[in-house]
Design a protein around this ligand. Structure first.
Ligand code: HSE
Length: 420
């Protein structure tokens, strides 16, 4: 028999307990052993968790319990769970975590501490989708060329409603929170941070890159307006918050941002709270993983898959590298990212304005690909929307500063990246 202790018995923790009970037959058959939850730890003991396991409010009751074989960490946060997971590993216990923030900051230190002790984290990235397993096992023959995915259900739900139903940003965020998908602080979702944590985890498995969220380009969906949505529709794009990792020469682009993508692409068709991740290997070509990226049962499904793998002795090295990767790849500086761009400007409605704008763009060798002018932003101004051919991030940022300083341009310039 294998005994589990759960740090943090919230929605996911309760689902883990329930699935281990209700699917005990198939789980035991697959694991080869009976798996039971011995105890859980919660902050507030007076709150009903809907489970019958023994609860305590002291994490050390699990970490120091010699009967517990596997510690499941579902607390959230960074430093507190890091200290507890570290202690659990030092006590020789296997660990399963769903905590993407913990891994975004401490995955390499934890790998070091874990050594040969299993430390599994399938549920940390894209919830119930087994994308970590696919990358650590199924795709190991390949150099990974790119990873591109919808890794946050809350923002995908919001964008779907904004685009399909014209829903207002604030109302739809509230709806996503009520559905229980959003983080406690929804800035993590709408600002792209949650997706960045997941991207960093995948990039470590793909490239052995040790970057932190602060090192990479992260933008959210806060500035998208119905004007952008209408432009995207007109020009055959969908708007998605994507996590993108791409090998370019000896560098790797890592970025999270709202992205215009062709409406005909598979990822563009992923709506609502669903997640999808496309991984391109040099030999296998494109593979794609789709499913529920959040929610109690979906996330618990991934947690239990890890537990079963540990019980079967199937865990493998934490980040997928048995010998350590001597990667020659480095994180590409943000300014060197190269892609297509969409810009939205409010400008004076008078002759010569377009010429002054294109003249400035020419100085940066930025070439316009398509353009739309919407009249009557006010009586005397229009909205100018255009996309560019490929150019470097540093150039577009500089060009935006120059355009913003022109007399004929008013207010902020909105920008979105385009992936073709
Ligand atoms: N807030 C996250 C999301 C939950 O919306 O996808 C899963 O990490």
């Amino acid at each position: 028999m294998v005994k589990i202790g759960i740090l943090g018995v919230g929605t996911v923790g309760a689902s883990v307990v329930n699935i281990l009970e209700s699917n005990a037959d198939i789980i035991e058959a697959r694991a080869g052993k009976k798996i039971i939850v011995k105890s859980g730890v919660v902050q507030n003991l007076s709150k009903d968790r809907g489970v019958t396991i023994k609860l305590s409010d002291n994490p050390m009751d699990i970490i120091d319990d010699p009967e517990i074989d596997i510690v499941v960490e579902l607390m959230g946060g960074v430093e507190e769970p890091y200290a507890l997971v570290k202690k659990a590993l030092e006590n020789g216990k296997a660990v399963v975590t769903a905590n993407k923030a913990l891994l975004a900051y401490h995955r390499y230190a934890l790998q070091q501490i874990a050594g040969d002790i299993p430390l599994m984290y399938e549920a940390s990235t894209a919830g119930g989708i087994p994308v970590i397993g696919a990358m650590k096992n199924g795709l190991t023959a390949n150099h990974i060329e790119s990873i591109q995915g919808i890794m946050n259900g809350t923002t995908n739900y919001m964008l779907t409603k904004m685009i399909n139903e014209g829903a207002k940003y604030d109302e739809i965020l509230k709806e996503a929170q009520d559905l229980g998908y959003a983080e406690a602080d929804p800035t993590f979702d709408v600002g792209g941070f949650d997706a960045s944590h997941k991207l960093l985890i995948l990039a470590s498995i793909a490239y052995g890159i040790d970057a932190k969220p602060e090192d990479i380009l992260i933008e959210g969906i806060e500035n998208i307006t119905q004007t952008d949505v209408a432009f995207a529709k007109e020009f055959g794009y969908e708007i998605k918050l994507l996590g993108i990792a791409k090998k370019v020469g000896e560098g790797v682009e890592l970025r999270v941002h709202a992205t215009m993508i062709p409406a005909s692409s598979m990822i563009a068709k992923v709506d609502g709270v669903m997640n999808a991740v496309s991984v391109v290997g040099d030999r296998v070509g494109e593979t794609m993983y789709y499913g529920a990226g959040a929610g109690g049962d979906a996330t618990a499904s991934a947690v239990i898959a890890d537990i079963i793998d540990i019980v079967r002795g199937n865990h493998g090295p934490m980040l997928g590298y048995k010998k350590g990767l001597k990667s020659h790849l480095t994180l590409l500086p943000k300014g060197e990212i190269t892609t297509h761009y969409y810009l939205r400007l409010e400008v004076d409605d008078r002759s010569g304005v377009l010429a002054s704008i294109t003249k400035e763009l020419e100085k940066f060798d930025i070439s316009i690909e398509s353009m739309l002018q919407q009249p009557h932003a006010t009586d005397t101004r229009v909205k100018l929307l255009f996309t560019t051919h490929e150019c470097q991030e540093a150039k577009i940022q500089e060009a935006m500063d120059v355009l913003k300083a022109l007399d004929c341009v008013h207010g902020e310039i909105a920008m979105m990246r385009i992936e073709k």
